[in-house]
Ligand binder design. Structure first.
Ligand SMILES: NC(=O)c1ccc[n+]([C@@H]2O[C@H](COP(=O)([O-])OP(=O)(O)OC[C@H]3O[C@@H](n4cnc5c(N)ncnc54)[C@H](OP(=O)(O)O)[C@@H]3O)[C@@H](O)[C@H]2O)c1
Length: 230
């Protein structure tokens, strides 16, 4: 397998950090982005690997996205992984709703992935096997019936639709576009009681993303490489 270039958002902790490690260990180049590179100590500890480049990126800030695009330049990007995500605050129930946090959830989880894909479209078009992947969640699946977490669920349901529409719009460019559920993972977001370690989730995601073809575009996948019902 030839060396590829992978852009990952939210690479300083959780699944994004482990995906960075996994793609580096496979010999790929990783453009790892995070909000605060100077304090991203775990990510910085990987910099003895010359294939890692760290960039600052606040995904909701258009200026920050444009600055990243300038810094990355016109190199090919083989896989763009929209990993950065937020739960959308502690109050998202029938009784208590934090509308500001709900709007932020849409900015981070729904609009930013669209912004990143469209900003780096020319880089993806330079790749021989371009993929635009967004870490979504089964919590956004309309096919699953469960209560609460209105902000998070709706932002992930919405990004699933955005990715489905983009997959059709970018089909002629040969760009694979998919939302992926990473499993329930022991991170700051998933909590200590979750099913999977970050290593297990990132390994599954790596295998899936590494081999993705156009036949898989426009579908919702699990970290295990199984199709997830919308
Ligand atoms: N863990 C799970 O069980 C689970 C399940 C389903 C889906 N997911 C999805 O998988 C993805 C990764 O989850 P995780 O568990 O690794 O989450 P996490 O441990 O909470 O990490 C979230 C990452 O997103 C970054 N981020 C948040 N808002 C951002 C912004 N505005 N700009 C740039 N970066 C931002 C964070 O950066 P800071 O450190 O700067 O805050 C951090 O790097 C998310 O999209 C999440 O919704 C997770």
């Amino acid at each position: 397998m030839s060396q590829e270039t992978i852009l990952i958002t939210g690479a300083n902790r959780g699944i994004g950090l482990e995906l960075t490690r996994r793609f580096l260990s496979a010999g790929h180049r990783v453009l790892a982005t995070c909000r605060a590179p100077d304090s991203a100590t775990l990510l910085q500890s990987l910099t003895d690997n010359a294939n890692l480049t760290i960039y600052a990126l606040e995904v909701t800030d258009s200026h920050s996205v444009r600055k990243l695009a300038t810094n990355v330049g016109n190199q090919p990007i083989d896989a763009l992984i929209n990993n950065a995500g937020t739960m959308g605050g502690d109050q998202q129930s029938l009784e208590n709703m934090d509308y500001t946090a709900w709007a932020e959830a849409f900015e981070v989880n729904t609009m930013a992935p669209f912004k990143l894909v469209t900003t780096f479209l020319s880089n993806l078009r330079l790749s021989k096997r371009p993929r635009a992947i967004t870490l979504s969640s089964q919590m956004g699946a309309l096919s699953r019936k469960s209560k609460g977490s209105h902000a998070y669920r709706s932002s992930k349901a919405a990004v699933n639709k955005v990715m489905q529409v983009l997959s059709m719009e970018l089909e002629a460019d040969g760009i694979v576009v998919c939302p992926v559920h990473p499993g329930w993972v022991r991170t700051d977001m998933g909590g200590a009681g979750a099913d999977l370690s970050v290593e297990e989730s990132a390994e599954g995601l790596f295998r899936l993303i590494d081999r993705m073809t156009m036949e898989q575009s426009g579908k919702f996948w699990t970290w295990e490489g199984e199709e997830h019902a919308w």
